[in-house]
Design a protein around this ligand. Sequence first.
Ligand code: GCB
Length: 611
Amino acid sequence: MNIKQRISACCLVALVFLGINAQNKGLSPQIININNRSLVSLEGTWKTIVDPFENGYYDYRLMPLKNGFFSDRDYTDKTHLQEYDFSTDKTLSVPGDWNTQRPELYYYEGTVWYRKRFDADSIQPDKRYFVYFGAVNYEAKVYLNGELIGEHEGGFTPFNIEVTGKLKAKDNSLVVKVDNKRKPDDVPTINADWWNYGGITRQVSLVAMPRNFIRDYMIQLDKGNSKLIKGWVQLDGSQTTGKVTIKIPELSIEKSFSVDRDGWADVEIPVKKMTLWTPENPKLYNVVISSANDLMKDQIGFRTIETHGTDILLNGKKVFCRGISIHEEAAFSNGRAYSEEQALTLLNWAKELGCNFVRLAHYPHNEFMVRTAERLGLMVWSEIPVYWTIHWENPETYANAEAQLTDMITRDKNRANVIIWSIANETPQSDARLKFLTRLVGKARSLDYTRLVAAAMEKEEIQKNELTVHDPLEDVLDLISFNQYVGWYDGTWEKCDLVNWSFNSNKPVFITEFGGGALYGLHGSDTEMFTEEYQEKLYKKNIEMLKRIKGLAGTTPWILKDFRSPRRLLPEIQDDFNRKGLISDKGQRKKAFFVLKKWYQDIEKQETPVK
Ligand code: GCB
């Protein structure tokens, strides 16, 4: 099967699942590179109604209402009864989580209705229109002028809904029922170590497109071959035949490709000499893709990524990934991050630490994070929230995970810095889990054959102080990647000196988490938990231990910045924060920050991986 056949087969499977997956309905296929399209922002202040009992959706028998809050009726005639009124209720900023905007919503998990009214008097008859959401956590039901137009599940992936022919020139009502209640069958499930920030957490835009437009494309180097750009372009519309042309002016490339009946064009462009993307020189080329009716600009970097034995090879050269894990939480304010400025602050901290790599945990981060990292020369591990104890046996849970994986890959597959797709984090072993995850790996590879596929697995102590990873999942992954907390959940830092690591497969070893907590400014002995001195010593000892691991190809310690978590309740130390950050929630660097920085500087100086 070629890529198109594989993707169409996958789409068929996805459609079958969409039938099962009650939550994804009415959506159009994702339009990529959204910020280079013609957009009208729907961001800003939205009217909201907090509705814990879903009074705006169900009647007292729990039957869905015909005229729920989505009808968005004005309450001007006070001679009749109406028990809601958007216009006099409270507001929230979009994008943004509700938890950090209003103190009474700090712990809230449930439904909030959002409403925006807008004019669309510049509608053109020859255009198609879409409403685009960067992300809504967790479940979104979207209504335009009282009509349900689409439903989406999953808190970290984009979706768009076509509204051509449904917009009015004046006073459109866009209502979104946002529900972030945790449910056992969801992805993630009810238990996770981060704050369940609710709301319309990323950008919202009205997108205008030509009738026939360039919806999606993959323009990347062939696997392991820096002399061939290989990919495809997908057009959308009823008349999509003809040609697409790809231009890369700086390389004097201009080539046209035929489009088949499904609007698909296969792309192959031999290249003689180009500057490859590297962390040291994150070169991006202007790429222009045009069809009969549309023109699309992107900035694309080219590089190859492979493994050879225990090495990760970037452009054929061994690279050590000097990484750090990051949650999508804004510096200083600690709410959900969504903007380019917030991305810059976090990623510049990673640069200051000496990183060439970031693990964007535990879900797809916003597109600004990925693109800013690409410009700054930071390679990326990108993952979906298949975390801990997902319901492996449930086909809807699988469909949901697969949809999130597909949307993540669809959005970011042209980013040179993304080198690893991760399908799961710390998932306890079982046959059902192995089947579920193996299938996800297959899906990832069918969508993108060029990148590495991994998961954060768990370590095992086979005998006292003999550590390994013993997980059948590693057979289908490219890395032996795993989390380990020797010195924190597993003994004290003294244990680091005593343990030996060995692995069965000849693959790169990647430690996706290690670390321990410290409250910034809490000083004491290095044996006292939560002091900066304990964390500092833990990092020193872990680094010594890591240096002894054969085949270590990278690490992303846990974590750049303290982050909010409802599982972290120790008063005066945690106060709802996981304190494993190297930087505090207020932006102060802890002692361990400088330990890791020193190690990364040493590695960079030696320019050879630690073996
Ligand atoms: C882990 C998880 C991560 C937690 C971390 C911790 O293994 O992958 O999500 O936050 O441990 O701090 O316990």
